[in-house]
Design a protein around this ligand. Structure first.
Ligand code: ME8
Length: 503
């Protein structure tokens, strides 16, 4: 049994959750669910990032105080995650007092270790990124390269973090496996190799933040409090025993937009505070809008509920986990989502279940037969499990689910070859074929449960099993021969009704 601590970014509360946020969060949730199946001690953290200029301005625009803005929007994130069956262990908000204390404690340690000094900063600032830019990195018209909006000139007295002193430590951490996948590791290494400048970590121009304990006229720049949430949540500054239990076995899942903060600044801050850098940062690409339907909406205008209405929670989760390869950028298209749903869920898995239950009803009096020990599907199941387990371990849900569905497809092919619907009722032959298919459905329910939170339970019950696939333990539950047989099966509604489109 291992220990697995996984995090999402904490999202800004200036605006509502969209499918980009949902993609990261569902991925982290599926990873946590897989590790729970393995029996690992698992802790899954998400939350909201509530300080900074961006939130302050959104509050002003909405005629609210920053805290009202944060309360309202933070709740919208929690509602969105509830609606997607995201089972986090903790939801952290950076406005919590314990987080202020932990930020002050961690950065005081950085200062005590000689990594913080006072200076003046002047530069181009993008409020949407909450980051300064070098002039060279800007687009024509002094626009931010990410938001393509004009940056602002800011000048202030503040405290600096001696990032430049940590190049060797950062290089070691990155090259020894701190950042995945490989392309993103090279990007992080490139940033360090270019040479690091010290960074300004406090502000006097705003007050919506965590106060600097040694100079109360300053607040910490939002990123330097935000990153520390990952330490606060497991007890830094309040429960050292718990902190030492979970740290540094943490995996941060993030989008490529915040690679610099997580793969350079954050490990550097931890090292400067005398703490261990995170075990791993897993960086994914961006979802971009493709396809026709929804193409006039910006990706950030699409909320999870818009898609859940058409595809259900399982359809939503399965699409993002199966169709988006973790790492590269990926096109989101409604049409591709329909095809994936109809092919993998309605036709392959849904049909397998309804066929098997129908034939058990007709040929076995509805009583489920047991699998055979020497089934040709046993080897396919073992191979599929081995590949899926390896892929989950590498944070590649799309590869893991592809391996899982190979087993489903092979089983449909096995049924077509053997045609149990033409076999003699009550014969040992028909019992063997159907028992084997039921065993595959049992194994599939467990292996697919990190993605299909609801259908995996329906499937489990439809084949006459009690409890829930999520309560099983791997690898034991994937071993061939676990299906007990003997249950009375009943034909139920389709697991995944097909989605018909106009075309
Ligand atoms: O950056 N495709 O918060 P944020 C895929 N508060 N993922 C996307 C995406 C897209 N098009 N758009 C957003 C912040 N994301 C900070 C984080 S952490 C200490 C502080 C996801 O609300 C992706 O995970 O802007 C990205 O990194 C994150 O949302 C940014 O969320």
């Amino acid at each position: 049994m291992g220990r697995f601590y996984v995090t999402t970014p904490i999202y800004y509360v200036n605006d509502a959750p969209h499918i980009g946020h949902a993609y990261t969060t569902v991925t982290a949730d599926a990873m946590a669910r897989w590790h729970r199946l393995l029996g690992d001690d698992t802790f899954f953290l998400t939350g909201t990032d509530e300080h900074g200029l961006k939130v302050q301005r959104a509050a002003e625009a909405n005629g609210r105080t920053p805290l009202e803005q944060a309360d309202t929007t933070s709740l919208r994130f929690r509602d969105a995650w509830d609606s997607l069956d995201v089972a986090y262990d903790q939801f952290i908000r950076t406005t919590e007092p314990r987080h202020h204390r932990s930020t002050q404690e961690l950065l005081s340690r950085v200062r005590d270790n000689g990594y913080i000094y006072k200076g003046t900063y002047a530069g181009f600032y993008c409020v949407a990124c909450e980051a300064y830019y070098n002039e060279d990195d800007l687009l024509p018209g002094n626009a931010c390269p990410i938001h393509e909006r004009a940056v602002e000139w800011l000048e202030e007295d503040n405290y600096f973090f001696k990032l430049s002193a940590l190049e060797n430590e950062l290089t070691d951490w990155i090259t020894s496996g701190g950042v995945f996948p490989d392309g993103k590791r090279n990007e992080a290494l490139g940033i360090v190799k270019q040479g690091l400048e010290d960074v300004s970590i406090t502000r006097t121009s705003i007050s919506w933040g965590v106060q600097v304990p040694w100079d109360p006229a300053h607040v910490f720049y939002v990123w330097y409090d935000a990153l520390i949430n990952y330490a606060t949540a497991v007890g830094f500054g309040s429960d050292e025993e718990s902190f030492n239990l979970w740290w540094p076995s943490v995996h941060h899942i993030i989008g490529k937009d915040i690679l610099r903060f997580h793969c350079v600044y954050w490990p550097a801050m931890l090292i400067a505070a005398g703490l261990q850098p995170p075990k791993q940062v897993q960086v994914h690409g961006f979802l971009l809008l493709g396809g026709k339907k929804l193409s006039k909406t910006g990706l950030t205008q699409i909320g999870p509920a818009d898609l859940v209405a058409d595809f259900g929670v399982d359809g939503f989760r399965y699409h993002f986990l199966r169709d988006v390869s973790f790492g590269p950028d990926s096109d989101f298209s409604y049409e591709a989502m329909v095809i994936r749903y109809n092919t993998d869920l309605a036709n392959n898995l849904g049909n397998l279940l309804s066929r098997v239950v129908t034939v058990v009803d007709r040929k076995c009096g509805g009583i489920a037969p047991r699998p055979s020990a020497d089934s040709p599907l046993a080897a396919v199941a073992a191979q599929s499990y081995a590949e899926a387990a390896e892929a989950w371990d590498r944070f590649q849900p799309s590869v893991a689910l592809e391996a899982t569905w190979r087993l489903v497809r092979e089983t449909n092919a096995y049924l077509e070859r053997n045609e149990p619907w033409k076999m003699e009722a009550g014969s040992p032959e028909v019992a063997t074929v159907l028992g084997d298919a039921l065993e595959v459905l049992r194994i599939t329910a467990v292996m697919a449960s990190p993605a299909l939170t609801r259908a995996s339970v329906s499937l489990w019950h439809a084949i006459g099993l009690d409890g829930s696939p999520a309560d099983q333990r791997l690898p034991g539950a994937a071993v061939w021969g676990g299906y007990p047989g003997g249950a009375q099966l009943e034909r139920g509604p389709a697991l995944f009704p097909r989605i018909e489109t106009a075309e």
